[in-house]
Ligand binder design. Structure first.
Ligand code: FAD
Length: 287
């Protein structure tokens, strides 16, 4: 099923993100975690893709497994910065042959020291346009309520986002954020800029404060004082932090639904038990 049709049904929906194994050694553990998450029956499940293409086959495999054996629509991520045109064509053929109908088209992070001279792709909009020309796929893209870290200004970021949508992006999934007002402000600004596609709000339940502080430092995301106090108070106890992180994410999600943001995406970090507890917390709202 095309994800745009799932989103357009208008009901409050919850999708979940998993990442595929990076090596053969972790294959079974990761496969098991993604299967447990598929059993939670999210409205769709997205499967990330390594920037260097290292997990490209695993992405296709996990996406196919999710659809064929668990009946959950899959969204295969695909990044282009390290790829040649031929690699992308092969990946599209592979995904199509596995029955995948949805792709999140991404640029990917630019590897250190990479020369931009000989690249086949520079931005996700180029990949988006190419996939739409290929046909068959519903295409989504990433967006950044607090701006992409490489953008000089938030105005530039929204201008280029509009180009990506005009290239054929049918929906957008946001980077995680920890203050819903940031998302509401972003939605207002992109609608003003003429971006009218559905936006799926990305929520990360924080269970590991060290990693979130690192991610925020790299990506320029703000951690609200309310959240920092929770981390300061409970961060040294994994049990307490997990419970507090689940409660915080649940509150964000309920507020989003209450304010008409019907599509929410959970960054599960491959933790089925955390995803389950959040889904249980909102079961009456989404069922
Ligand atoms: P783009 O949309 O191309 O934007 C990148 C930057 O270029 C932005 O600053 C933008 O404003 C600017 N820009 C765009 N067009 C132009 C233009 N014409 N001229 C000048 N500047 C321009 N990474 C992975 O490797 N694998 C994944 O599976 C993955 N999944 C993700 C899922 C989500 C929901 C999100 C939010 C991110 C994900 N990422 C993933 C990370 C992503 O690849 C990085 O954030 C990357 O740096 C940007 O990718 P993009 O597709 O947003 O790029």
């Amino acid at each position: 099923m095309k994800i745009i049709d799932i989103i357009k049904s208008g009901k409050p929906l919850l999708s979940m993100e998993v990442f595929p194994p990076k090596t053969n050694d972790t294959f079974e553990t990761v496969k098991e975690a993604t299967e447990k998450i598929a059993l939670l029956k999210p409205d769709f499940m997205s499967v990330t893709y390594g920037a260097g293409g290292g997990t490209s086959e695993y992405t296709a495999f996990i996406a196919e497994n999710t659809e064929k054996n668990y009946g959950v629509t899959a969204l295969a991520h695909l990044s282009c910065i390290s790829s040649k045109k031929e690699d992308i064509k092969n990946q599209l053929d592979l995904l199509k042959s596995k029955g995948i109908e949805n792709i999140l088209a991404l640029r990917g992070d630019i590897p250190d020291g990479m020369s931009k001279e000989c690249l086949d792709y520079h931005y996700a909009s180029e990949l988006t346009r190419e996939i739409k020309e290929y046909g068959h796929f519903c295409v989504g893209g990433a967006c950044y309520p607090e701006s992409h870290p490489e953008s000089a200004t938030s105005f530039d970021d929204i201008r280029f986002l509009k180009e990506k949508v005009d290239a054929g992006c049918e929906f957008l999934t946001t980077q995680m954020f920890f203050d819903n007002n940031i998302l509401y402000n972003f939605l207002y600004r992109i609608r003003e800029a003429g971006i009218n596609v559905p936006v799926v709000a990305g929520i990360m339940p924080v269970t590991n404060p060290k990693s979130i502080k690192r991610i925020c430092a790299i990506s320029g995301m703000a951690l609200p004082q309310r959240f920092i106090r929770i981390v300061d108070r409970f961060g040294s106890s994994p049990e307490q932090m997990t419970q507090a992180g689940i409660a915080y994410a649940t509150e964000q999600i309920v507020d989003l639904y209450a304010n008409g943001v019907n599509a929410v995406h959970l960054y599960t970090m491959n933790k089925p038990e955390v995803a389950k507890r959040i889904k249980d917390n909102i079961s009456s709202i989404i069922e």
